[in-house]
Design a protein around this ligand. Sequence first.
Ligand code: EPU
Length: 335
Amino acid sequence: MNFQSNFQLKEYNTFGISALAKEFIAVSNTDELSTVLQSNKDIFVLGGGSNMLLTQNIEKLVVHVNFKGIEIVKEEENFIWVKANAGENWHEFVLWCIAHDFGGIENLSLIPGNVGTTPIQNIGAYGVEIKDTFESCTAMEIASQNLKTFDKATCNFGYRESVFKNELKNQYIITDVTFKLTKKSHKINTSYGAIETELVKNNITNPTLKEVSDVVIAIRQSKLPNPKELGNSGSFFKNPIISKADYDKIKQNHPEIPHYIVSETKVKVPAGWLIEQSGFKGKRFGNAGIHKNQALVLVNYGNATGQEILAVSKDIQQTIFKKFGIHIEAEVNVI
Ligand code: EPU
């Protein structure tokens, strides 16, 4: 194992922020991870780096989880259980499943990051969340180096939430994730408006997994910047859930406000819409800015510091609070 000091993390976070790790180690299996954890407890765990904003150097040992491998662990007539190690690139895993005609995660195509971090915030897009196909995951407890299996119930998934972001924060490192996928009679989910529209445009009536994936990729490419070209971390904020009463008040002045019903008393409104209405869409502030096609995405024009991006995010939060009385919460982890 190769420990490196003052290690540059720019290539290891999709925002492309320059920051140094006091020490850095990449681990490729649970034995290596266990060895590292035996003598280092105060660590920072790094997966695909697609959901964090680095606002400072990390004065700790950064452990990069780089476990590779995909394995079929169980098979029945209609379902297949596939285990992927934490360091597998998520999108490549999705494409692997589609190539084998295993269904359930095609709507989650092109989401940046690695497999191991997908349960932490229950990634979701286009009507599907990871929890829909999640069977279990294995995680190593940092304190004891014991491996533990977490089933779906224990993960306590919510909208961009799980036990790993809450009660068990910084206590476990996910080492692999198992998904229960369909082998036939795939449940194609085109409920999300833009998918249906794109399919109709392409004259597709009975889409295959690959066709759904292709459409999702096309939609994402039209709205979301490619982190390799323009540093970003996907949605910077969560869509806020507000009371029906507050929603009704806003609706009086903005009858067109998009919304999703959460319960009888709660409504989710798109933060992207609130940001656009507040005049930020496409704006640039020095090296940082708000993407022109999707206001929920903050971007690094090249040399932004994490502090610059954080300042823009605070400006957005304050403006929205003043205008709509709504607090929007960051979705990315601000370090
Ligand atoms: N909207 C605007 N202006 C904008 C952006 C959006 O008015 O600049 C409006 C749209 O017109 C639409 C609504 O907001 O009516 C929703 O927009 P969109 O379909 O683009 O989705 P979103 O709610 O902004 C969420 C996820 C995305 C995911 C998409 C598609 C969150 C925080 N974000 O965005 O996830 O890809 O739905 O399912 O829930 C991510 O988490 O990193 C991410 C990209």
